[in-house]
Design a protein around this ligand. Structure first.
Ligand code: ADP
Ligand code: MG
Length: 231
């Protein structure tokens, strides 16, 4: 029964994600198509053409943002879960977001590298969780700041703590996290945290968010420890 439930949950997550992604990407594609048709049917002056190209570019960027929040690393299907080292995967995720942090004058601190805590999770989805959270943290620190990663383990769980010194959230904002299309950004997708919550649900992980406006935010993500864990 347990296995069937898991399978059912997985299918639910996949169909939910793929239905919204195709919808979300079709929108900008339709707009681009519309402009191409316009440019085809009529001779527009140079200024008008430039305006159209500008709109098309914005739509392409919007599609790119959706793809990166959604399935930067995702394979088309959920694989059987693999056993990964949380420390090694965070290390890889940090190297991917490092340039983005540099651009925003954010320094990344990472402790916990000395050990290897094992969990059962597709490594690409784990990385997507870490990167979606970290990217929000960087975006919340407009004038720069500090992004900290910590890993801890107890008997049954591995805990990953991601903390920023950004603008923080009110209690209401925290409650709305993970709601599809909830975004406070001019060019946000509102999909990043929904993807995080979906992936965590799928692997029986939990997340706790502590935030204080103007102080910062802390994400505590708890994963079931792998059975492969050495004693
Ligand atoms: P997006 O980043 O596209 O807006 P997300 O689902 O990733 O969508 O995030 C939803 C919203 O949650 C953001 O627009 C932001 O207002 C808020 N948020 C998420 N993480 C943080 C954070 N670390 N600090 C402050 N606000 C955050
Ligand atoms: Mg985001």
């Amino acid at each position: 029964i347990e296995q069937n439930m898991q399978k059912h949950e997985k299918l639910e997550v996949i169909s939910h994600l793929s239905a919204s992604i195709s919808h979300e990407i079709r929108n900008p594609l339709q707009v681009i198509k519309g402009f191409i048709q316009l440019l085809h049917t009529k001779e527009y002056d140079r200024e008008k053409q430039k305006e159209f190209y500008q709109y098309m570019n914005e739509e392409i960027e919007s599609a790119e943002r959706i793809i990166s929040d959604y399935l930067m690393f995702a394979k088309p299907t959920f694989d059987d879960q693999e056993t990964i080292s949380v420390e090694r995967e965070i290390e890889k995720a940090v190297s991917i977001i490092q340039p983005y942090a540099n651009l925003s004058s954010v320094s990344i601190q990472y402790t916990g590298l000395a050990s290897d805590h094992l969990i059962d999770c597709d490594h690409q989805r784990f990385k997507q969780v870490i990167i979606n959270i970290a990217r929000n943290s960087i975006e919340a620190m407009e004038g720069g700041g500090k992004l900290t990663f910590k890993v801890k383990g107890d008997k049954d769980h591995v805990l990953v703590i991601i903390a920023d010194t950004g603008k923080g959230m009110t209690g209401e904002e925290v409650i709305r996290l993970g709601e599809p299309y909830y975004s406070n950004k001019a060019t946000g997708t509102g999909l990043g945290m929904m993807v995080v919550y979906s992936i965590l649900k799928n692997i029986h992980g939990t997340i706790e968010v502590n935030s204080m406006p103007d102080k910062g935010t802390e994400f505590l993500i708890r994963f079931p420890k792998s059975m492969q864990q050495p004693k």
